[in-house]
Ligand binder design. Structure first.
Ligand code: COA
Length: 331
């Protein structure tokens, strides 16, 4: 069975740069508070006319160009987002249409900050079994329009950014390289600790003025609980990835963790015992872009020469659900 390799990556963020000072003009917060608690300095938010699918298309075209491929070379789209452009259908088919394709499957994955890892696991299985050969894996989010940008929503509004990151995946004939493992977990007992309650079909009517008045359409989070579970479960999943592949910490060239919070990333680093230069961090620029954060970070890491052919890459994520996991890749 072939393994799955990354043929190319790409990312795109909207043009509107939003600083912590900009946020302080919208709500009671400060650059100091945001920086101290999260490590975030800036994030990008969409402007008029920009959509998640638009960001995803721009990122896809960059990755296709790097891989010297055309949209018609894609066999399947796996689109990971928790902030879809529309309630239905999913963003995958809209991206397919934007790419001028009409005859390949497009599936949407709803696993929030772990979305890219879940999508990678699905794409990897399809590629290894030969069902699809060249898979476009997308993580893309538009959070900014959904955030409560008042003091009431400041604990979440300051953390999230918009953006898209993609990977084009395909089979490798080189035995040693490619995706070595994916490990996925979820625990729905914590579903309401980071969620958007409505609109939703559990409500009757599924959308109402009252619901909007109660702010049910905004993300709410028990920040401390999320922090506690993330900083425990991400290191565990990294250790699992290493054990499953007979790897040691010294074998890891780079850990690209989901960029949720600088303090969480630092706790993951300390708990695993990795050195600073083994962990890639770019949250200061982009904030938490949920499913897009790993592919954006991966593309930046590659651009910076942090990963070379044959190196061991480990990915880990944690997010709403709770969902979490890891992947190990020999680049
Ligand atoms: N600016 C200024 N003050 C803020 C604020 C903001 N943006 N957001 C919250 N506060 C206030 C709170 O109201 C609280 O005030 P009080 O003590 O008067 O009640 C105070 O700051 C401390 O709030 P608390 O929630 O206890 O802070 P914290 O140290 O737990 O940090 C988070 C808050 C959200 C930064 C932190 O819990 C966190 O990072 N959690 C994980 C979030 C995450 O990564 N989510 C995505 C997972 S994929």
């Amino acid at each position: 069975m072939p393994r799955t390799e990354f043929l190319a990556t790409g990312f795109h963020v909207p043009s509107r740069l939003v600083t912590n000072e900009d946020l302080a003009g919208m709500m009671e917060t400060s650059d100091e508070w945001i920086l101290q608690r999260s490590g975030i300095k800036t994030r990008y938010w969409v402007g008029p006319g920009e959509t998640g699918v638009g960001l995803a298309k721009a990122a896809t075209l960059k990755a296709l160009a790097k891989a010297r491929l055309q949209p018609a070379d894609l066999d399947c789209i796996v689109y990971c987002t928790c902030t879809p452009d529309h309630f239905e259908p999913g963003n995958g088919v809209f991206l397919q249409r934007e790419l001028g394709l009409s005859d390949i499957p497009a599936v949407d994955v709803r696993n929030q900050c772990s979305g890219f890892l879940y999508g990678l696991s699905i794409a990897d299985a399809w590629i290894r079994t030969g069902q699809y050969r060249t898979v476009l894996l997308v993580g893309a989010e538009v959070h900014s329009r959904g955030l409560d940008k008042t003091t009431r929503g400041r604990d979440t509004a300051v953390l999230f950014g918009d953006g898209a990151g993609v990977a084009i995946l395909g089979p490798t004939v080189d035995d040693g390289r490619g995706v070595l493992s994916t490990h996925l977990f979820s625990d729905g007992r914590h579903a309401e600790k980071l969620w958007v309650d409505g609109p939703g079909l559990a409500h009757d009517p599924f959308v109402s003025h009252e619901m909007l008045d109660q702010n049910l359409h905004r993300p709410v989070m028990e920040g401390r609980e999320v922090f506690k579970f993330a900083s425990t479960l991400m290191p565990q999943s990294v250790q699992l990835a290493l054990q499953a592949n007979g790897l040691t910490l010294a074998d890891v060239k780079l850990l690209v963790p989901h960029q949720a919070n600088l303090r969480i990333i630092e706790m993951v680093r300390q708990a695993t015992g990795l050195r600073e230069e083994q962990v890639f961090i770019n949250i200061q620029k982009f904030g938490n872009t949920t499913a897009a954060s790993i592919p954006i970070a991966l593309d930046e890491a590659l651009d910076a020469g942090r990963l070379r052919r044959g190196d061991v890459l480990v990915l880990t994520a944690f997010g709403s659900g709770f969902t979490w996991g890891s992947a190990a890749v020999r680049w």
